[in-house]
Design a binder for this molecule. Sequence first.
Ligand code: F6R
Length: 248
Amino acid sequence: IHNVIFESSLEASTIVAQEIASLIRDKQSQGLPCILGLATGSSPIKVYEELVRMHKEEGLSFSNVVTFNLDEYFPMDKHNIQSYHYFMHEHLFNHIDILSENINIPDGKVPTDELYQFCIDYEMKIKSYGGLDFQLLGIGRTGHIGFNEPGSHLNSGTRSITLDHITRVDAASSFLGIDNVPRKAITMGIGTIKSAKRIVLLAWGNNKAQIIQQAIEGEITANIPATYLQEHHNTTFVLDHEAALELT
Ligand code: F6R
């Protein structure tokens, strides 16, 4: 793992957006699709803002971009404003020229008896494109990436999981109370994420400092799934000053 530390999350997000933009342009010049794995939550918001700005002001086109989102709550209707489907359209997809058929987000409304097959198909669809060229990640206080909570297997694929209590506590305010936070989610697996050719994990602020220290400097363990990234050959942790405070 490489880590880069910036004074501000804004500056860091601009650099990450530039890396994504140059990957998109590079693939465009070769006539290839660009396969992006995307995250929701507070961490990537400024990256998406900058990509939207580049689309509007610099003509960055997303016509060759195919996206796969990491996760979605389950059950969750896509029209619900708490859904990750809604989040992605609000922050990115509604403002760029991506083709709607190129957007992939786990369906939080898939019938329970079709869930297993849905997850297999999601995984196969990523593979059919030759895997993810770039995966953007945040990190939860449990050490989750995607919604791979503690206990997740190194080789796990897309599947349904039970959310950790701490994750539900952290989501409680946006759901107006923990009782409204779904207990389950669909998430890409650790294996899915680790197959990406390039991974960038974002973490901002004090409350991520402890888990960032464990993720980067701790031993590799299923108890902190982000430690699995230590074995990936092309991962960068992009941090602001506060998230990096506990690193030795
Ligand atoms: C979201 C996701 C999660 C978040 C993590 C951090 O798609 O996969 O792993 O990245 O919970 O969330 P924020 O950025 O809100 O601190």
